[in-house]
Design a protein. Structure first.
Length: 412
């Protein structure tokens, strides 16, 4: 009896260990994503860039997501989630290691290439981890479960921004170009942690649900994509995710710049700490959102949060000053539930099309590349970073419309 009990407990323990490692992925890519927000401020001074040029940090990063989302979906289908995740971690580590030679030059295009490689790895992680959390549990609680797992993502984001503010922007007077070599150590540490995570994951058995069913031809993935293109409501979800990611990335990318422009007495490092406050509000919103979603339909809650954020962005764009900064920082709380809720609503009812469906939603992250550049362009031509906030205002209006489309749906 003792042996039988121990034998039964072993798979459960392995499954728990695997889930801990998978949830840890949300933390790791959150750290990488939001360290970019500090890099933008750093590179702007190092290379004397315009807002549009500094926004290319996000363009290069999210282009990697776009290019590798479908290969990641095929890898998950062909080799299983575990292999896809490990491959993504190795790419992630390789990109972080490239920061060493890039900082020796120093070369802005080389840094952009390193960020592209990091993002290519993160595409594998997000394509695999998000649907994995969805399928490992009851369908009716998928939105709450994914919101809870996603709560570890902003914890990584806060860590990334705090680390960047402390190590990259410390003791840098406004208007003085700092040394690019400061970026080496943070990314070498990240590479080491990611490689250790990959080794732990390789040594940990995962549940059968994450293993491949057999050989999957490339044509099978492409046919799934073709079927998805015939589903207007699904495509609306992809569109909503495009605009959401564009709004989120754009706001956080230019928050330091906005605060420095509207409250110049604070200085660039204190502006970076306000970004940390913004991310803490985002984290709090994830946990509060997980509780609210147990009582309120996801689409209805997102409708409310979308409307609030449209108003906050208009205030940030047209009022500015201290009030505008407060509005911009506060918007993060109301963004918190949007990505996972759009993800769940978009995949609802797809059945066997769930894996290719998740890959197209991950490809929608290209919104971070496109709309951050648009915001930089608006800032450059208008001469006011505040007016660039009208771009995320329009984005939240699109999300509001998508949420209203799903209000009152009965989940099947």
């Amino acid at each position: 009896m003792m042996n039988g009990t121990q034998d039964g407990q072993a798979p459960r323990m392995a499954g728990r260990a695997g889930m801990v490692l998978i949830v840890g992925l949300f933390f790791l890519w959150g750290l990488a994503n939001n360290l970019n927000d500090v890099l933008i401020a750093k590179f702007r001074h190092v290379f004397q860039l315009s807002d549009l040029q500094s926004g290319l940090v996000q363009s290069a990063f999210y282009l990697g997501y776009f290019c590798f989302a479908l290969p990641a979906a095929y890898a998950a289908e062909r080799f299983g989630y575990k292999a896809a995740v490990v491959g993504g971690l190795l790419l992630f580590a390789a990109g972080a290691l490239l920061f060493w030679p890039a900082s020796l030059q120093p070369s802005y295009p080389f840094f952009l290439f390193a960020l592209f490689v990091i993002a290519s790895g993160l595409a594998f992680l997000e394509t695999s981890a998000n649907p994995l959390v969805i399928v490992l549990g009851p369908a009716e609680s998928a939105d709450r479960r994914l919101n809870l797992a996603q709560a570890f993502n902003p914890l990584g984001s806060v860590t990334g921004v705090a680390m960047g503010a402390a190590l990259l922007l410390a003791d840098v007077p406004v208007g003085v170009a700092p040394d690019a070599s400061a970026v080496r150590m943070p990314y070498l540490v990240i590479a080491a942690v990611v490689l250790v995570w990959a080794v732990l994951l390789m040594a940990t058995p995962l549940p059968r649900a994450v293993m491949p069913a057999g050989r999957v031809p490339v044509s099978g993935v492409l046919s799934g994509v073709g079927a998805l293109l015939k589903r207007p409501r699904y495509l609306a979800g992809v569109c909503a995710q495009f605009f959401y990611v564009g709004a989120q990335v754009g706001i956080w990318s230019y928050l330091i710049r906005y605060v420095a422009a509207e409250l110049p007495q604070l200085g660039i490092q204190r502006a970076a700490w306000l970004l940390t406050v913004s991310l803490l509000l985002f984290t709090a919103g994830r946990f509060v959102g997980a509780l609210l979603l147990s009582r309120i339909e996801g689409a209805r809650l997102m409708t409310l949060f979308g409307a609030i954020n449209v108003m906050l962005m208009v205030v940030a764009a047209l009022v500015g000053g201290r009030v505008g900064v407060v509005a911009l920082v506060a918007s993060s709380f109301f963004m918190s539930i949007m990505y996972p809720t759009i993800f769940v609503l978009s995949l609802r009812g797809l059945g066997p099309l769930t894996k290719p469906g998740s890959s197209l939603i991950v490809m929608a992250i290209i919104g971070g590349a496109v709309l951050t550049a648009v915001m930089g362009f608006v800032s450059d031509i208008s001469g006011a970073i505040s007016l660039a906030m009208l771009v995320p205002a329009a984005c939240f209006a699109v999300i509001l419309a998508f949420a209203r489309l799903h209000c009152g749906e009965v989940e099947r």
